[in-house]
Design a protein around this ligand. Sequence first.
Ligand SMILES: [Cu+2]
Length: 316
Amino acid sequence: MATPEAPTASAPAERRHGLWIFAIWLPLAVIADILIWFVWKPHMPPGTMTSSAEHQQFDIAFMAILCAPVLLFVWTYAGYALLNWHYRVGDEEDGPPIHGHAKIQATWIGATAVIVLGLFVFGTVELIVPAGAGAGEGPQPIWQPNTSHMLEVQVIGQQWAFSYRFPQFGGMETSRLVLPANTTVEFHVTSLDVIHSFWAYQLGVKADANPGVDNVAYTTTKNQLGSFTVRCNELCGLWHGAMFNYGHIVSQGAFRTWAQGMQAKESSDGLLSALPPYALTYDPTVIPQLGSSLVKIIGVTGSPGYYYPPQDPVTP
Ligand SMILES: [Cu+2]
């Protein structure tokens, strides 16, 4: 049993409620936004390894800064209402009739319109400025980086692995994605069989791998060396969950040494001449043939009917 209280004895005067709610909400919102920006943002995904990742981290932090005051306002209002306007024993009177409030309604419509339209502009700018934001833009990308020096990487998905081709290095192919630092990369993503999705998490790159489609995505690596994860992000069959691998960002010199070493090795193995040219569709009868000839060339083993690229022996 709650102890009876004198009705509204200690509550503030009716017209002061808005001011009180504002006075409680404002410091909470300011503290939350400062914590989000300075404490949480540096740890937010997907990190700062590339230009697109950095933009995504900024976007998430910026949206959190917008959301936190809204959420805190709802909580503050709910808490304030519970404390001040709950039922009091002995109070049998109805509340005053409400006929709308022009100022509150206008503020509500105005504020929500500004937030929604502002987010529309923000989202569009954040898609255009980082050249598609690391997402697949299809075969004819509208937004392109303004540089002509790009590393081309062809990403080929198949059940259940990704392989990578480097056309600027004789079309050499690896099972692991190695990229140089401070370089703009142009990904061409496709698939040999079903729909996959190339998701290089810490690079902030995600592009669907559809058979018959050349899906282009851009990113620019920064001067942050280290490894990143590549996952398939589209349920693609029994071993979808095992379709992941680790890639590396290395220095430009180490990358050149690695890529040229791989090209020389695959050339002398006879692998480069055995690989079919990069295409958007592959004759399925060619894949098992290719698989069995790779077994002869470099001892690659895999299930019949599948073709897996060689594990690269050269570690950058
Ligand atoms: Cu997949």
